[in-house]
Structures are given as C-alpha cells and as structure tokens.
Design a protein around this ligand. Sequence first.
Ligand SMILES: [Zn+2]
Length: 298
Amino acid sequence: MAGKRPTGSTAGREHRRHTQRVATPTGTLRPVGTVHNAIRPRDPAVLNRLAGEVALRTFTPEQIQSWRCEIHEQTLLTSRSIDGPNFTRVSRADVERMVRMYDDRFFDGKILPTASAEGLRFALSSRMTSTAGKLVTQYPEGSHDGIRQFQLVLSSTLLFQTFEDVSRGVKVAGCPCRDRIDAMQRVAEHEFVHLVEMLIWNDGNCSEARFQSIASRYFGHTDYQHNLITQRERAAVKFKICVGDTVQFYHDGHRMTGRVNRITRRATVLVPNPVGERFSDGERYVRYYVPLEHLRKG
Ligand SMILES: [Zn+2]
C-alpha cells in the first residue's frame, strides 16, 4: 500500500490472547523483550547479523517436528476461528499468530520485529485460487533501496480444498500433512522463507539455491514449487483430470475404463468388476492406482 506509514504491527483488535506480546499504552501489540523503536527500518547492521544467522543455522528433524507440533497445538488452543484440525473458518489473525510462533521458535523472534520496522501485514484471501500463499513486497518510496512493505497472504480457498476428502494424503513443500492446520503450517513456512529472503537480501526466489537451503535447513522442505497447489488442482490444471471423470489406462496390456475416485500423487481409479469390492453405490469395483500422466479421459 503505497504511502501508508509502517505501523509495526497489524495486530490490534483481533487479538484477545497474545501470550507472547504485551500491549503498549497505545494499544499496539509488541513482542516482549524487544524495544520496538530500537530497530531502525532497514538497518544494514541488523540485516547483516540476521544474514549470518540464517545462512548457517540448521535444525534437526526432531526439533522441527517438535516445534511444528507445538504450533499446531497452540493454533487449536488459541484461535477464535479455527475449530478443529480440518477447520472450516480461519482468520487473518490466525495467519499472523502462526507466523509469529514460527518466528519465536526458529528465528528467536527476530524476523517479525525487523520486518515490522519497515511495514508488515498479514492477509487471508479467498480470491487466490492458484497459489496457496504469496509474499508481496512493495516499495512505497519508489526506490529499491528504500523502505519496504511486506504482505504475507495465504489463500483460504486453497486451504479449504485440502483434506476435503479426509482419506487422501496431502503433501505440501514435500512434507506429508496430517490435516488442514498442518497444510497451513507448510504454506506459512514457505512464505515465511520468502519474507526472510526479501527482508535480508531484498530479493529471492524459491527456485534458487539460497531459498531452498533455508527452507531445507529450517523446515526440512524438499519441494519448493512456489505454486503450492493441491494435488487436485495440479491434476486438474496439468492433466485436465478431476474426481468423477471417466478415464482410460493400460494395465498388463489391457485397456481399462473406470472413474477417478480420488487424486493424490496418483489417481485412484475404480473399474467395475463383479468380484471387486462393494462400494457405497452398491456396485463392485477394483481399485487401481495410476500415475496421472498415464490416464486418458475416456
Ligand atoms: Zn515460493
């Protein structure tokens, strides 16, 4: 938002519980232990120190897992919108709280106050339908060297698409997710790495080595596609295949025809067969797990 003064916090009224922050006399929430005006916007000394830390730190898979579980638990406990692991409501405050919990644990709470010194907002978008998250950097002073305004946005639409069918596995950033909160955490982790890169180096790209090194050392990510789209979306976009489609494929040299029942990394195709398993429609089918690229719409 050009021309808008950085406020240091976009929190405020939506937060009732703020376990790790205190209210200043103006009512603005600040991280405990930081004197907010001690951080000058885009201070090279501060950013260089952060660069040194971020370039080196590595967390063990056990540590990553343990903090992720804590964040998962805390999200369930403290959110006013999220009503379960596969929530049907989520708010901007949830995005901010989640990212803050990551900052506190993985970055000693240093990233958000430093970014906030320039300008940092969180948002949730229902109109983003092809990417699960994005990090927008604006230069309100019109200069690449000037103050930046960061906005970290997650797509509620894509989050709600994950675990619509609870039985199917979902992987985000190469990591298996148990539920919708887990998927939201993976997307938040990816976007947080974008924020870290933009804040410190003023550029960044998830298809390049530095991003991938950070995402791997901090969060164990193994997949860095910026478009963290769901498998269902991927299938629909790339292979033009959706659940319910009639498809054909070859199995042991035979051409089979069936219907797509679910899509993960492969499609589950149900082929009518009198000796197959009985399904809820009363018919019997045999399940085939077929790579998406081997299916043809029939
Ligand atoms: Zn990305």
